[in-house]
Write a new protein. Structure first.
Length: 621
């Protein structure tokens, strides 16, 4: 009897133990299934390929591979002629016409704008390959339309990710746009809609949304930019040189002459209303011609260095490189005679050559320039003397602010992407005009427009729906008013390109809204076709801001003013409009390239602004 009791007791204990084990197994299984649902791809990636199922096309993780994450370890020691890029570069003209990646390097029969601009939270970067053009907008409107990138597809397949993504919206990321009390409630609703829709562009849980599709967190008005410029010029902010130089004394000597210039009267070459102070500009320009000497570093291999691109969206950096390297007036062979040092790289060619397609990583581009700056610092004493403050670069690609961050932070940066929220320093850096050049042989082709009396349309815009702002512009004004010629992309074809140009030539105001980034080639195009540019891009520093008075020949509106756009334009008196249109024609000479530079043209204006800012930055005691 006692044995039976002991046996039953043991059976009961064994049963409880087995139930406990089964319970633990069940809980473990349920927990694993719960984790597998949102992180299925990540868990599967830990298994050998033979054990795991095949990746679904469009999955975000599917774009990563060991071959695509290769970093350039010693890029400066690589000779481009020995690299895999030999077949991709047969000279500038071949690249400009045959590149399948560089849609912005335009063909003559392509319509106007091909500006796909991406800016990404570090270190995640979405590819700038297959840059969309007016011709291919239907295939390639936004990043979320690219199923090959898999961003949107991956998230829609996992409903448990939505709460995690939604939690980001509840945080500080909502506070992107600062409106005044008078802002339109409907416009705020539009911006909020654009913010919420950007959830699908988050690359993975916890990662930031793409900045290029979001309004800025804070806004610096033009009025505030003017105060910053005056303050920075009044007080030099550059680092004191580690040792003195005769060239610094040259610049210091001319500074007082610029600050106290003779009054410029009846100058036939300069139209005074265009300038903040025409007398200071004229004196500074004359002293630049008389004094300035530039040394160009020979280091760096083609195609990233010393190979200018003269056509397309990023032509500004190429034209400046070509004309600077061929200049005899300013360039010296002896670096000891130089006041400024030029680093002649192409930010466009840097991206084209080194960015690994779909790698979502551009740190190797920045590393390449970091190693370049370290190379010239080790070989020459000039960088270390000023920590790069007397060095300058000219770059038009949207990624240039990121690529030159930190290691080139003290340099003078001439950038198309002149965004104060992305590190652009007013009074030191230069806003480079983004010029869309259609013909490298004849950059002045189609220059000009109709007289003011023959411009019938009040306003014109056509282009791709890049970024958050342009869809809002079209929502309010597309097909809403016959005086407002506001369109999406123009139909493809040569006739479309000419139609676009004719619209600009026959409109009073040309609307220039930001795309993915603050800059747009429309600003210079409007001037090119003698149409008053209406810049709608918060935090954008207009080109040559340190010397030009943009109020004379343009309108700079806040993004929140889009609903009132027509009322604002109609409120401008006819006399004021005629004066502004005349100013546009007068300022045109400062925004065009010439195969052989002429006085006050775009090459000289760019070089002058670099010189001018250096003069007011120099600090000796």
């Amino acid at each position: 009897m006692e044995c039976s009791f002991q046996f039953l007791k043991l059976c009961h204990i064994e049963t409880r133990r087995r139930l406990l084990v089964l319970g633990v197994v069940a809980v473990t299984y349920l927990l694993f299934q719960w984790l597998l649902l949102p992180y299925e791809n990540a868990l599967r990636s830990l298994l050998p390929q033979s054990q795991g199922p095949k990746q679904v096309t469009g999955s975000f993780l599917a774009v990563h591979s060991s071959t695509k994450s290769v970093m350039v370890r010693n890029p400066l020691t690589v000779n481009s002629s020995d690299s895999i890029y030999r077949s991709r570069f047969g000279g500038v003209d071949k690249y400009a016409h045959n590149s399948s990646r560089g849609g912005e390097i335009a063909r003559d029969n392509e319509p106007k704008e091909m500006e796909a601009r991406y800016d990404f939270p570090e270190p995640i970067v979405l590819s700038k390959d297959e840059i969309s053009t007016e011709n291919t907008l239907e295939e390639n409107t936004t990043l979320t339309a690219k199923n090959s990138e898999g961003v949107k597809t991956a998230f829609l397949s996992s409903p448990l990710i939505l709460p995690a993504a939604a939690s980001l919206i509840k945080g500080t990321d909502l506070n992107y746009l600062v409106f005044n009390a008078s802002s339109s409630a409907s416009l705020e609703s539009d911006v909020m809609t654009m913010k919420n829709s950007s959830v699908t562009t988050i690359t993975s849980p916890g990662k930031k949304k793409m900045r290029c599709n979001m309004p800025p967190k804070s806004i610096t008005s033009i009025h505030e930019m003017n105060h910053i410029l005056v303050r920075h010029h009044a007080k030099a902010r550059a680092m004191r040189p580690r040792w003195s130089s005769v060239r610094d004394q040259d610049i210091l000597a001319v500074k007082s002459q610029i600050e106290h210039p003779p009054v410029a009267k009846n100058d036939r070459e300069l139209y005074a209303p265009l300038f903040r102070n025409v007398s200071m500009f004229k004196r500074s320009y004359e002293l630049m011609e008389r004094t300035l000497k530039v040394y160009i570093y020979k280091e760096g291999n083609k195609p990233i260095f010393h190979q200018p691109i003269l056509k397309g969206l990023y032509a500004s950096e190429g034209w400046f490189m070509k004309l600077m390297e061929g200049n005899r007036r300013f360039v010296v062979k002896d670096p000891q005679k130089a006041h400024l040092f030029y680093m002649p790289f192409s930010s466009r060619m840097l991206e084209f050559t080194l960015y690994v397609r779909n790698s979502h990583n551009r740190t190797n581009l920045r590393q390449y320039l970091k190693e370049y700056s370290e190379t010239i610092a080790a070989k020459y004493p000039y960088w270390n003397r000023t920590d790069g403050a007397d060095h300058f670069l000219v770059a038009c690609h949207d990624w240039a602010p990121y690529e030159t961050r930190h290691h080139m932070e003290r340099c003078i940066k001439a950038l198309c992407n002149a965004d104060v929220t992305q590190g652009f320093k007013i009074g030191r850096d230069v806003s480079l005009p983004e010029t869309y050049v259609r013909s490298a042989r004849n950059p002045l082709r189609d220059l000009g427009g109709k007289p003011a009396s023959e411009r019938q349309a009040l306003a014109f815009y056509a282009g791709n729906m890049h970024g958050y702002l342009r869809p809002i512009l079209l929502k309010y004004w597309k097909n809403k008013d016959p005086d407002m010629k506001i369109f999406g992309p123009m139909p493809p074809g040569v006739s479309s390109k000419m139609n676009y140009i004719e619209h600009m030539k026959s409109s009073k105001y040309c609307i220039c809204p930001k795309g993915y980034e603050v800059n747009s080639p429309r600003v210079v195009e409007a001037i090119f076709y003698e149409c008053i540019p209406v810049i709608i891009s918060d935090n954008f520093v207009p080109p040559f801001f340190e010397v030009l008075d943009w109020r004379a020949f343009s309108l700079i509106l806040a993004e929140k003013d889009i609903p009132n756009l027509k009322d604002i334009l109609l409120s401008i008196p006819e006399e004021k409009y005629l004066q502004m249109q005349l100013s546009v024609r007068k300022v045109q000479k400062h925004f065009v390239w010439h195969p052989k530079p002429i006085k006050y043209d775009l090459f000289h204006m760019t070089l002058h602004s670099i010189w001018y800012n250096r003069v007011f930055q120099i600090k000796l005691r």
